[in-house]
Design a protein around this ligand. Structure first.
Ligand code: ASP
Ligand code: MG
Length: 412
C-alpha cells in the first residue's frame, strides 16, 4: 500500500470536534487505499501552558525534565485521535516517539532526528492496521530519555516520517489554506501559491513566514519529500493548498515568488574597531556564544587602520549583544569607540528562484523603495533573495509596493 503522512497542527486538534473533523479527513485517505501515518501536535495553547509550568517550577530547569513535561501534550492528542478513528471503524493505533522509536540526539529541547526505524509500524500495517497516529515533536535520546525537537517541531516529525517511509506526500494541515506571496494581513493583494520550490519556501520560512518549521523544509528538500500545506477548516480536494516541491515540478513562476518581512529587528554598529586579521572572529564569536542570532553583517572600508562593523539581530537580543561586546572590550579582545543600537528597524526581503536567471531584480527593488521615499540602511543578497533593513514604520508600505512592483497579485 502507498503511504501518506498527514500532520495536524495545534489548531486542527484544539477540541474534540476538531479532532473528529481531522479524523474524517484521514478516513477519506484510508478509503482511497493509503496506509496513513498521522502526526499530531498538542492541542493549541497546551505546549505554551506546559512550558509555563516548567518555568514557574524551576527557573533554571533541568532540560531533560523540561522535555518530559512539554512533550506530553502530544501524547494526549495521539491517543484521542486513535480513539476517534476507532470509533469510525478505522483500525488505528497511537505511538509515542520512544515507541517507534524516533531516535534523536541528546540535545534536549532542540534534538535532531537521527533515525526512524520503520519495522514496528510496517509490521502493524501488515496486520491490517490502517492508521498509525504518532505524537509529533518528540523522540528518545541514546540515553533513553525523552527529547523534543524545538517549538514547531512536529512539522519536522512529519517530514522525517515521510522520508523514512517513502510516503507519496506529506500533507500539513494547519489554520491557513496555503503559502501566500506575502502576509495577507499586510496587503489584501496577497495571493495563495499553488506551488513553491523548496529553496523559496526555505527562505520564506526562515524569514518569518510561520507556516512551517524551517528545519522541516530543509529536511523535505534534502529527501525530496513533496509537502502540501492546507487548511483543516475547509473541504479539501487533491489540488488544495500549496505544494512545496522541487523546482523542476514548477513549469512557470514569477521571478519573485514572495515578499517576506520581519518586524522586530535591530541594527548595531561598532564604531571604530581595529581593522586587523581576526577582528570579525573576535566580535562574532562572543556574540554566538551569547546566543545572539546575527543576520546581516556589513564591514565598512577602513580609514587609518580602523573600521565600523554593522550587524543586525532580533531586537530582543540587543541587551545580550551589548553585554557580550562590553565584556569582550573589557577583556581586551576588541576595542571600539562606541556601540550604537538602532532598535526601530525591520527587514524586508524578496525571494524567488527566478532571480538566478533574471538581471535587474535588485535594482528594481531599490527603485521601488526610492519611489516611496524609503531609505535603505543595510542590504544583503543571496542567489535567490535580496534583503533590506529599513525604518520599521515603512515596513508595510515597502511590502505593499514591492508586491505591486513585482506583479505578485497575478500568477505567471
Ligand atoms: N506542540 C509543539 C509546539 O507547540 C510542537 C508543534 O506543535 O509543532 O511547539
Ligand atoms: Mg506549527
Amino acid at each position: 500500500m502507498p503511504v501518506l503522512v498527514m500532520k495536524f497542527g495545534g489548531t486542527s486538534v484544539a477540541t474534540l470536534d476538531r479532532i473528529k473533523r481531522a479524523a474524517k479527513r484521514v478516513g477519506v485517505e484510508v478509503a482511497k487505499g493509503y496506509d496513513v501515518i498521522v502526526i499530531v501536535s498538542a492541542m493549541s495553547g497546551e505546549t505554551n501552558k506546559l512550558v509555563g509550568f516548567v518555568g514557574e517550577t524551576s527557573p533554571l530547569y533541568d532540560a531533560r525534565e523540561y522535555d518530559a513535561v512539554v512533550s506530553s501534550g502530544e501524547n494526549v492528542t495521539a491517543g484521542l485521535m486513535a480513539l476517534t478513528l476507532q470509533e469510525m471503524d478505522v483500525p488505528a493505533r497511537s505511538w509515542q516517539g520512544w515507541q517507534v522509536p524516533v531516535k534523536t540526539t541528546s540535545a534536549h529541547s532542540s534534538a535532531r532526528i537521527e533515525e526512524i526505524p520503520t519495522d514496528n509500524i510496517m509490521a502493524k500495517f501488515g496486520e491490517g492496521m490502517k492508521v498509525a497516529v504518532v505524537a509529533g515533536f518528540q523522540g528518545v535520546s541514546p540515553e533513553g530519555r525523552i527529547t523534543t525537537l524545538g517549538r514547531g517541531g512536529s512539522d519536522t516529525t512529519a517530514v522525517a516520517f515521510a522520508a523514512a517511509f517513502g510516503a507519496e506526500r506529506c500533507d500539513i494541515y494547519t489554520d491557513v489554506d496555503g503559502v501566500y506571496t506575502t502576509d495577507p494581513r499586510v496587503t489584501d493583494k496577497a495571493r495563495k501559491l499553488d506551488k513553491i520550490a523548496f529553496e523559496e519556501m526555505l527562505e520564506l520560512a526562515s524569514l518569518g513566514a510561520k507556516v512551517l518549521q524551517t528545519r522541516s523544509v530543509e529536511l523535505a528538500m534534502r529527501y525530496k519529500v513533496r509537502l502540501r500545506v492546507l487548511s483543516s477548516f475547509e473541504e479539501q480536494s487533491d489540488e488544495a493548498g500549496t505544494l512545496v516541491c522541487a523546482e523542476e515540478e514548477i513549469m512557470e513562476s514569477n521571478v519573485v515568488a514572495g515578499v517576506a518581512f520581519s518586524r522586530d529587528e535591530a541594527k548595531m554598529t561598532l564604531i571604530s574597531v581595529a581593522d586587523r586579521p581576526g577582528i570579525a572572529a573576535a566580535i562574532f564569536s562572543p556574540l554566538a556564544e551569547a546566543g545572539v542570532n546575527v543576520d546581516m553583517i556589513v564591514q565598512n572600508i577602513s580609514e587609518e587602520g580602523r573600521t565600523d562593523m554593522t550587524f543586525s539581530c532580533p531586537v530582543d537580543q540587543v541587551a545580550r549583544a551589548e553585554q557580550a561586546m562590553e565584556a569582550a572590550k573589557a577583556a581586551g579582545d576588541i576595542n571600539f569607540h562606541d556601540l550604537v543600537a538602532d532598535t526601530n528597524v525591520a527587514k524586508v526581503s524578496i525571494v524567488g528562484i527566478g532571480m538566478r536567471s533574471h538581471a535587474g531584480v535588485a535594482a528594481k527593488m531599490f527603485e521601488t523603495l526610492r519611489d516611496e521615499g524609503v531609505n535603505i540602511k543595510v542590504i544583503t543578497t543571496s542567489e535567490i533573495k535580496v534583503s533590506v533593513l529599513i525604518d520599521r514604520k515603512y515596513m508595510e508600505l515597502a511590502v505593499q509596493s514591492l508586491h505591486d512592483a513585482f506583479g505578485l497579485e497575478t500568477a505567471a
